[in-house]
Design a protein around this ligand. Structure first.
Ligand code: SF4
Length: 375
């Protein structure tokens, strides 16, 4: 089993995007207190976790922090835990933040991977999404990334935006590919309940792609990026080479332990999952009391829960299910015991099977969550 990963949640944003359902606040008055508390939280886990070989600073918008604030966090990590020299250290960046000097300083702090929320290269789409950057900011930010010496970075794109047809989506993909990011993530716009975008959708202000159109976007994205030299290695993720896959995210997909620090962060170890208070107030209150971690809830996964999650997460990756590992963990020979389920899925082109693995095809990745439920 690989070493655990560390996730640090920065719950602040300068503005709130109308489609976003993640917890974050635009009130920046408590940034320093939260940072100090995250470092305090590390202390509480110093006996339980020893070494992390990936660190992921996400949010929210971690790029609104100054270099000094990020230094406080990363110095805290190094004081409390062992971080091997080859660790992957990622930070999420909003293209509107940071100049070249900021990117260079990030590199000096030891950050070696950037994940940029570009979302679109169309200003019209960015306006619809309520993003605070323009397409030219994204291009400039990616140029700064390269000039600062980062060779491991990725960008997020969103498709299925109202007004976006296949041609304009292809143009966004072409623009992204022309900037040669080693990693790309492409997500369909999700209308999450109770968000401002959901309210507008309820009022009938715009239409979103139906199931057939969504599938076309998904298949075209995969085909376009594979033709452009990217490997479609997870439902939404593409890498230019195996070394440019997200090592941190891999841990979420194969039940490697991870520790999440900060408001709303989730953790997992030895079949137990726990999560912190989402709100800053509750998070700070528990930490100020100084007795216990700011945990809002937890669950212990049963063997059946773990089995289902393993199927879910494995079928979301191109590698698919490792049959020997599955047999070892759950005592189940899938090829033998689920033969009547597996063969029709092979015949319909959703999965491919060999002695070692059951792997989803691209069409299978498009319906990966449903596939897991069939087993
Ligand atoms: S910047 Fe990211 S986390 Fe913040 S509101 Fe927008 S989508 Fe949500």
């Amino acid at each position: 089993m690989s070493l655990p990963g560390l996730y640090i949640h920065i719950p602040f944003c300068r503005t709130k995007c109308p489609y976003c359902h993640f917890y974050s606040t635009t009130d920046l008055t408590s940034v320093d207190v939260v940072i100090a508390s995250i470092v305090g939280e590390m202390e509480l886990y110093a006996d339980e976790f020893d070494t992390f070989d990936t660190i992921y600073i996400g949010g929210g918008t971690p790029s609104l922090l100054t270099i000094q604030q990020l230094d406080v966090i990363l110095s805290g990590v190094h004081r409390h835990f062992h971080i091997p020299p080859n660790a992957e250290i990622t930070i999420e960046v909003n293209p509107a933040d940071g100049d070249l000097a900021w990117y260079r300083s990030l590199k000096n702090l030891g950050v070696n991977r950037l994940h940029m929320g570009v979302q679109s290269f169309s200003d019209q789409a960015l306006t619809f999404l309520g993003r605070r950057h323009r397409a030219e900011d994204a291009v400039a930010a990616l140029e700064n990334t390269v000039r600062a010496g980062f060779d491991n970075f990725g960008l997020d794109l969103i498709y299925g935006i109202p007004g976006q047809d296949m041609q304009s989506w292809r143009e966004s993909l072409a623009r992204a590919v022309s900037l040669a990011p080693p990693h790309l993530s492409a997500y369909q716009l999700a209308i999450e309940e109770e968000t401002p975008l959901w309210q507008r959708h309820q009022r009938g202000s715009f239409d979103i792609p139906d199931e057939d159109a969504s599938l076309s976007f998904f298949l075209e994205t995969s085909a376009y990026l594979e033709r452009s030299g990217y490997h479609h290695y997870e439902v939404s993720n593409y890498a230019s080479s195996p070394s440019r896959k997200s090592r941190h995210n891999q841990k979420y997909w194969d039940h490697t332990p991870y520790l999440g620090l900060g408001p709303g962060a989730h953790s997992f170890k030895e079949g137990r999952r726990w999560w912190n208070h989402r709100g800053i107030e509750g998070y700070l209150k528990d930490l100020a009391a100084g007795t216990a971690a700011p945990v809002a809830g937890d669950e212990t996964l049963s063997r059946e829960d773990l089995r289902l999650e393993t199927l879910f997460m494995s079928l979301r990756t191109a590698r698919g299910i490792d049959l020997a590992a599955f047999r070892l963990q759950f005592g189940e020979n899938l090829l033998k015991e689920q033969h009547t389920i597996i063969q029709p899925l092979v015949d319909r082109g959703f999965i491919v099977v060999n002695d070692e693995r059951i792997s989803p095809t691209t069409r299978g990745l498009a319906v990966a969550d449903q596939l897991a439920l069939i087993f």
